[in-house]
Structure formats: C-alpha cells, structure tokens
Design a protein around this ligand. Sequence first.
Ligand code: CMP
Length: 142
Amino acid sequence: AIERTFSIVKPDAVAKNVIGQIYNRFETAGLTIIASKMVHLSKEQAEGFYAEHSERPFFGALVEFMTSGPVMVQVLEGEGAVLKNREIMGATNPAEALAGTLRADYANSIDENAVHGSDAVESAAREIAYFFTNEEVCPRTR
Ligand code: CMP
C-alpha cells in the first residue's frame, strides 16, 4: 500500500552537511518527499515529540541532542514507506546497522544516530501532525 512516514535528519547529520545525500537515498529508493522544512527544536517541542520515552534513562540526553542544532523534518510517501524508510535507515544502534544504510554511513552512536523514522503507520500519522499542517503536505500533482 502507498503509505506516508515521518522522518528527521538529526542535528549530527545536518552538521555533517549531508542533508542532500540523505534525501538522495530516499528518492533513489522510490520515496517521494511531500513535505519538508528546517527547524531548530525547542526543549518543549523535543520533549513532546519523544514523550513516549520520557521515563527512559536516555531521555535527557535525547532532548539535549535533538535541540543542539537544526534538523530537517520531512514526510516521505511511497509503497510501504514506513518499512522502506526503516530499511534505508538501518538499526537504531549504528554498530548493528547493515552496510549501506544511513546509520552505518552517517551515525556517530546510538544517541547521535543521524535520522529518525516512524515505526508504524499509526505513529507516522501522529508524528506528521506534530510537525506539519495539512496545507504543508504537498502530494504530487504531476
Ligand atoms: P529515534 O528513532 O529518534 O527514537 C528515540 C531515540 O533515542 C533513538 O532514535 C536513539 O537515537 C535514542 N536512544 C538512545 N539510547 C537508546 C536506547 N537504548 N534504545 C533506543 N533508543 C535510544
């Protein structure tokens, strides 16, 4: 099925100047970018986005990192977009990520792991709505 997923190019990857290389991976894999913007998250925005992790021991470091510099947020659309994006990203821990995945190529560590991607269609819908209005999502017309 054609799905939408939510993606973040995290502060470490933006700082490495590889936004375009990461977008190229999405497009080469057949995913279409239908919304995109650069944002420097506030502490409140980052805490809200990662609320499900608020009791985890890494939550403070996660929020600190995600607010350390600008990020790119985007909506990717395509056949099986949620799983396809997770395959492109590779494992959360770059030490476990397969060769040729974004995390293997660009992540520094499990904390600074270059990209985020939704884990399911339901979380994708919630995450897209957290960052984008309906008007900001622009499906192709040609
Ligand atoms: P992300 O997909 O953005 O969702 C939560 C983030 O927490 C995750 O990527 C990792 O970068 C970070 N994190 C740090 N430690 C862990 C851990 N032990 N398990 C899962 N995520 C972790």
